[in-house]
Write a protein that binds this ligand. Structure first.
Ligand code: HMG
Ligand code: MG
Length: 303
């Protein structure tokens, strides 16, 4: 068995990581975080979302964040757009990629975006068409691909169904998300195999929350299938406000440490990534939720 030789990471910390924080994080801090992530070598950063500020107040400063970033050539900045209103707001800020986000669970779709799966696809279709016509790339996030906080276990067929709908409206690549971090390696592999019925391996990324501490094991399981795109959150920040009890994404620092240990190239400087995680964690007044970051910070302190 061989793993991919290279992995591309999308750091979703500025969006998935911060969206659930109760204390408002000023746009300058988000911008500084994004600058530190790009300085650490991240080539893809999920910067913000254009959703209702009543639903997710922390993302209300989307324009300020996108306008404030000093863009680094070669870095792709992505943003979430759930509907045409979100797309119209986002397009002025020139994202490189937009993300429509659906769910493999009906109940989660309703809680998160206030519509059924079928309605969500109807809403996404004109967004995808507008983005592609404007030359903006389109990714589709698929939530609850192994488990749902409202429906429990999710069958792989539901993932295949959603992936097929996304493909049908022109979504170019998809994220297989374990929103509440309940997945274990074989279950995650089955969800990925379901997505593979409609998308190529190169078009599938793993998005694993670490609530039950399985995200790294699930990452290895995805690598075994050849998946080489992953999403993670610096300092393990995050969680979805409509998935109660779910914690952050796998920490980018832990993911990078794992990958480098497997001789898989990421282009990321782990020390600088730890600096970025320490910066945002200091601002939030807590330690990074990353075992690797804490270990390396302790080592620095004792050196
Ligand atoms: P709705 O209430 O059904 O929308 O919400 P509506 O079209 O009926 O409009 C109602 C109000 O929302 C109106 O304002 C609209 O202007 C406003 P009012 O007249 O009441 O003042 N509105 C908007 N405002 C700003 N931007 C927009 C927008 N659209 C409508 N784009 C909606 C539907 C999708 C907007 C709402 O449910 C929403 O904002 N949900 C947010 C969901 C969210 O951000 N969840 C977290 C991200 S997903 C995630 O974390 C999972 C992921 O990480 C993968 C994983 O781990 O699973 C991606
Ligand atoms: Mg998420």
């Amino acid at each position: 068995m061989s793993y991919p030789t290279r992995v591309r990471i999308i750091d979703v910390g500025p969006r998935d990581g911060l969206q659930n924080e109760k204390t408002p994080v000023p746009a300058e801090v988000k911008i500084a975080l994004i600058h530190q992530l790009q300085a650490a070598g991240l080539q893809e950063i999920e910067a913000t979302s254009y959703v209702s500020p009543k639903w997710v107040p922390q993302m209300a400063d989307n324009h300020a964040v996108m306008q404030g970033i000093e863009r680094q050539p070669g870095v792709r900045y992505s943003v979430l757009t759930p509907n045409l209103q979100g797309w119209e707001a986002a397009v002025a800020d020139r994202p490189d990629e937009i993300v429509v986000f659906g769910a493999a669970s009906e109940a989660f779709s309703r809680k998160n975006i206030n519509c059924s799966i079928a309605e969500s696809i109807e809403r996404f279709a004109p967004v995808v068409a507008a983005a592609r016509a404007a030359g903006v790339a389109v990714r589709g996030a698929m939530s609850c691909t192994v488990g749902c906080p409202y429906e429990g276990e999710i069958a792989p067929q539901q993932v295949a169904y959603l992936a097929g709908l996304m493909k049908g409206i022109g979504v170019q690549r998809v994220d297989v998300a374990d929103t509440i971090g309940v997945g274990t390696p074989r279950k995650v592999q089955r969800a990925i195999e379901a997505a593979l019925q409609h998308y190529e391996l190169d078009q599938i990324s793993g998005h694993f929350h670490d609530t039950y501490g399985q995200a790294l094991a699930n990452t290895v399981a995805a690598l075994e299938l050849g998946v080489w795109n992953f999403q993670s959150s610096v300092a393990g920040l995050g969680g979805c406000p409509y998935a109660k009890g779910a914690t952050g994404n796998v920490a980018s620092e832990d993911l990078v440490y794992l990958l480098h240990g497997l001789d898989i190239e990421t282009g990321i400087d782990l020390d600088r990534l730890v600096d970025a995680g320490a910066y945002i964690s200091n601002f939030l007044g807590r330690k990074p939720q990353s075992r690797v970051a804490v270990a390396l910070l302790n080592k620095r302190a004792s050196a």
